[in-house]
Design a protein around this ligand. Structure first.
Ligand code: UDP
Length: 431
């Protein structure tokens, strides 16, 4: 199959841990590579965000990355990219030329907009159009529910995201919880499939080098340093642990800026430091900043428990990485974490935004090394059997083949596909 992946803001080559670079980058990179290993030809399209980037990067056999000129060639926050999605679509359709791929797979709602528009252009120019798959990675309706006024998504998302969902041949949800959300956006269940995110099971393994540690017990959070990741909950839980008699515990906070100076000026880092100070645990909170992906396994192996306590989480790759390294996870029972972490088998679920429950769960695991070992090894087995990228790519391939087997679009009428939702346009250009 010839497959186009569209990931407008999340390049597979970006450094991870910054505000807009996390799980989606990993997902697109690993899924594309695993599909290429299965013999497919995969082109990944992302926006050029640096003037020095080459037009084309050959990542490996059957796998290329194409930088599309769409908007200024510099980093822009993802929420500012909508006006450039028409140019993104033009660039993709242009690269396809007379030979559109079999499948175009949009990642994030804005890439969905660009994919649908590029598919429409292919139809107009060649009489053929790729099948359209869509993975949202995050949904605006959920973000708005949790972040309220803090949600900086463009207003058009409310209309365009459900439109993308309804226009795609197949929406690939990454977890069960997302299926319910998609249905409430009007996506028919018959066009929703589930393929989770995966983890690199060769890189993330229980055995291997571990970062040095002292005599303290060690817990860690890993992820972009944004409020909804719930790092504040972990800091509060650390303070509560001391009240429970466990004061010999350090908390590593991994993610955020690369340089210490940047971390000092980062508003979330400052908020976290102030909270740690106020709760009297600042000496046991270590802000590590961004850690390169290749160093992550050694870091995870050095901890006793990994804490994932987001307010909400579309999927969450970090718990899988922790489990793959044989570590128990204390996870908020939200989004993808409901599927990936099995309460009592691979970690413990806690209600979201509840530091008391997090501290109780941590105390239980930290106080019982046999339980910690058992949770860790069950987690490692679970990840290896269910969440390798090869398995995720095989599931995704089945979804693509099912789309291709349909001779007509069925419920998705191409005419409808090319219609813009009422009154919406992208930066002055009609969809
Ligand atoms: N990550 C990293 N270095 C950091 C922080 C995070 O390599 O300093 C990686 C992390 O290991 C994981 C990804 O970024 O692979 C975060 O993915 P997740 O799905 O947990 O969160 P998202 O960023 O998509 O919300």
């Amino acid at each position: 199959m010839r497959i186009s992946m569209v990931s407008e803001h999340a390049s597979p080559l970006a450094a991870l841990g910054g505000v807009d670079a996390g799980g989606q980058n990993v997902h697109v990179a690993e899924l594309s590579a695993a599909l290429a290993r299965r013999g497919h030809t995969v082109s990944v399209y992302t926006r050029r965000d640096d003037v020095l980037l080459p037009r084309r990067v050959e990542i490996g056999p059957g796998l290329e990355l194409i930088h599309i000129d769409a908007g200024p060639p510099e980093h822009l926050p993802k929420d500012e990219l909508l006006p450039f999605m028409s140019a993104m679509a033009d660039g993709i359709a242009d690269h396809w030329g007379d030979a559109p791929p079999d499948v175009v797979h949009g990642h994030f709602w804005m890439s969905g907009v660009a994919s649908i528009k590029a598919a429409g252009q292919a139809m107009a120019h060649t009489g053929r159009t790729p099948r359209i798959a869509q993975t949202f990675h995050a949904l605006g309706a959920v973000k708005r529910r949790h972040q309220g006024a803090g949600d900086t998504s463009p207003a058009e998302r409310t209309e365009l995201e459900p439109w993308v969902g309804r226009s795609a041949d197949r929406v690939v949800a990454t977890c069960t919880d997302e299926v319910f959300e998609l249905k409430s956006l009007g996506v028919p269940q018959s066009r929703i499939s589930i393929a989770p995110c995966g983890v690199d099971t060769n890189l993330f393994t229980p055995d291997g080098p571990a970062v040095l540690r002292g005599t303290r017990l060690r817990i860690a959070t890993v992820g972009r340093l944004v409020p909804r990741k719930g790092v504040g909950t972990a800091v509060s839980a650390l303070a509560r642990l001391a009240e429970l008699g466990l004061d010999n515990v350090e908390l590593l906070i991994v993610g955020g800026a690369t340089a210490a100076a940047e971390l000092d000026s980062d508003p979330e880092a400052r908020r976290i430091r102030a909270l740690a100070q106020e709760l009297g645990v600042a000496d046991r909170v270590i802000m590590c900043g961004q850690v390169p992906r290749e160093d992550m396994p050694a870091l995870l192996r050095s901890v006793d428990v990994v804490i994932c306590t987001p307010w909400y989480e579309p999927f969450g790759i970090v718990p899988l990485e922790a489990m793959a390294c044989g570590k128990p996870v204390v996870a908020a029972a939200v989004g993808g974490l409901i599927d990936t972490v099995v309460h009592g088998s691979t970690g413990l679920h806690v209600p979201p935004r509840n530091p008391y429950a997090v501290a109780d769960a941590l105390a239980r695991i930290l106080g019982d090394p046999a339980l910690a070992r058992e949770l860790g090894s069950t987690g490692a087995r679970r990840v290896r059997s269910r969440y390798s990228w090869d398995r995720v790519a095989a599931d995704t391939e089945k979804i693509y083949l099912a789309m291709l087997r349909r001779t007509s679009r069925g419920a998705v009428d191409l005419h409808e596909l090319l219609q813009e939702p009422d009154g919406l346009s992208l930066g002055g250009q009609a969809l």
